[in-house]
Write a new protein. Structure first.
Length: 338
């Protein structure tokens, strides 16, 4: 079975990562692309071998070859477009964040449930093989009880301060938090297999000079008693983009497994009294690797008619957490997660 994919929103991520990943994925055909500018859509289609280019989502959704739509537009447009896609009977992979409010996430979920289509959210770091293996070690008990965990994801931006829609809080919701920070938070939720109950955060947001954050620092309290620390943003060019978890039996490190790596996909290191592990994960195209695994998973959800692993419900929870982080930073206080 070949799954027909479409893309709405042909920015940098779709151009550099998702379209190439779709083209190298098995049982996958990139059949449609949509942009308000038909010339941009046609140029994108020519570059990536897309069958059809459209200048409106409504026109694209009438394409009989289309099975699933990847939404990669500005964050505030996700809810309207996802509802439209669902009502056309197409499945959805939505770029993070799923939406800007929990209410918008509810609207998306209701539309998908009503029209019996699937909704996944693109938290691709869960699919990194080092993270999958790390979670297995944690759940086996080999690491022991984890009290402290930290994740950092920073990379230099070509545009400092952020520009375009990413600098507009009404469109983006936040800056570095939405770009990098939420990947860190979701990864900790995945590795610890526990939900966030309280956040304390600080950012460098200073309207009107800096309308959105370029760096974000969070402390997270989890249901299982662990505390997490997240540092994310665009102002640390030589960042150690690692995840480190400190257990009662061993220290576990996912080294160079986040961000834009060039030569290899990173390592998993376990250092304990009775357990020492080092695993490497080489690949020639690390920037495409995790996205290819997401695409394969979406295809399987559709083929097998199973529930999405990184589901809309998970996306809704992440929106609740990110909005609590924004509130905590602005109010200078801890915020509990409802």
């Amino acid at each position: 079975m070949t799954i027909g994919w479409g893309i709405v929103g042909i920015g940098t991520h779709a151009d550099h990562e998702m379209a190439p990943a779709l083209n190298q994925s098995a049982n996958t055909r990139l059949v449609a692309v949509c942009s308000r500018d038909i010339q941009r859509a046609r140029g994108f289609a020519a570059k990536h071998g897309v069958v059809q280019a459209y200048d409106s989502l409504d026109k694209m959704l009438q394409d009989p070859e289309l099975d699933v739509v990847y939404i990669a537009t500005p964050n505030n447009l996700h809810v309207q477009q996802a509802v439209e896609v669902a009502e056309a009977g197409k499945h959805i992979l939505c770029e993070k964040p799923m939406a800007l409010t929990v209410a918008d996430c509810d609207s998306m979920l209701q539309a998908c449930n009503k029209n019996k289509v699937k909704l996944g959210v693109c938290y691709q770091h869960r699919y990194h093989p080092a993270h999958v293996e790390a979670r297995r070690y944690i759940q086996s008990g080999d690491i022991g009880n984890i009290s402290v965990a930290k994740v950092q994801l920073c990379h230099p931006s070509a545009t400092v301060p952020l520009k375009g829609w990413r600098s507009d809080p009404s469109m983006a919701g936040a800056g570095a938090l939405m770009g990098q920070g939420i990947h860190c938070v979701d990864l900790l939720r995945y590795l610890l297999d526990s939900e966030v109950t309280e956040v304390r955060a600080m950012t460098d947001e200073e309207p009107p000079r800096h309308p959105v954050d370029e760096m974000v620092y969070c402390i997270l309290k989890f249901e299982n008693g662990a505390h997490g620390m997240v540092t994310a943003g665009i102002l640390a060019p030589a960042s150690d983009n690692d995840a480190v978890l400190y257990g009662s039996k061993a220290k576990l490190t996912c080294k160079r497994t986040l961000g834009r790596q060039i030569e290899k996909l990173g390592e998993l290191l376990v250092d304990g009294d009775s357990l020492n592990v080092r695993m490497t994960f080489p690949t020639e195209e690390p920037s495409l690797y995790n996205n290819s695994r997401v695409i394969a998973a979406v295809n399987k959800w559709i083929e097998d008619d199973t529930e999405p692993y990184i589901s809309g419900e998970n996306g809704l929870k992440m929106v609740g957490i990110t909005n609590a982080i924004i509130e905590s930073s602005r109010r200078g206080m801890a915020v509990k997660i409802a």
